[in-house]
Design a protein around this ligand. Sequence first.
Ligand SMILES: *Cc1c(COP(=O)(O)O)cnc(C)c1O
Length: 290
Amino acid sequence: MFNKIYSPVEKIKSVSFSNLYVKRDDLIDPYISGNKWRKLKYILAKAAAENKNHLVTFGGAYSNHLVATAAAAARAGLKSTGFVRGEAVKNEMLMLCKLFGMQLIFIDRESYKNKQALFNKYYQNDSSAFYIDEGGASREATIGCAEIIDELTEEYDHIFCAAGTGTTAAGLLKGLNNNNLITKLHVIPVLKNGFFLKDEILKYTAVTENLFLHTDYHFGGYAKTTPELINFIKSFVGNTGILIDPVYTAKMFYAITDLKKKGVIGYEDKILAIHTGGLLGLFGMENKFE
Ligand SMILES: *Cc1c(COP(=O)(O)O)cnc(C)c1O
């Protein structure tokens, strides 16, 4: 399942950019999508090395990470449990989790804050249980994400990615440093007050001179959208044939377009956008696209 892959790099036809490319990590797998595949690769290797056969992890009710973990566990022949933040709900994503055999445990928001305590409470006598942090955030995840850079056969002026926990961004930065590249890494936090991501990224790598955080593209916060963002998605998908999701990748592509308008990046600059997947995030948003 985690064999070596090279997701394709495609050029986007655009009147605004002459050199805009996208790394199609969304094509790696439909359920273990994009950066979640990158992150789980070495997390599952660690679980296997420790003889753990039960993956335990955490997420919101629309978490791409929960679905990805459930699918990866099923394919690897492992048990999985997902602690879901908030009151019990039903939706398409959680249905997929259940289909992949994941046990779901809904947890009130207060108790959810201390994930390690929850894990200890439920699994203190279960040595087969393996703790995976929300979103897969871990050092192993950054190693998997650094491989995105190892796969590149050309150099770029700018690389863009969306960020939630910042783990993917940290991995990309590591990959750039490992390969002695001076490409600028532009990170688009999808939550409000994304400045905190700098410290998250610094947990994994100390070299940050090529890191640029653009904190003004959250559109109101995590999973929030505006009519402008929705219109952007419609025109982007219609013009490129590449699906993007409202939670992550749309905010990144919007930022690229806007930074070009503002002159931060130039028409001829060579840009690589990392399509981190997450297309299941379109589910539950159908009334926004009427
Ligand atoms: C989870 C996710 C991210 C965020 O990745 P982090 O490593 O947590 O910053 C970005 N894009 C997509 C599509 C995701 O599903």
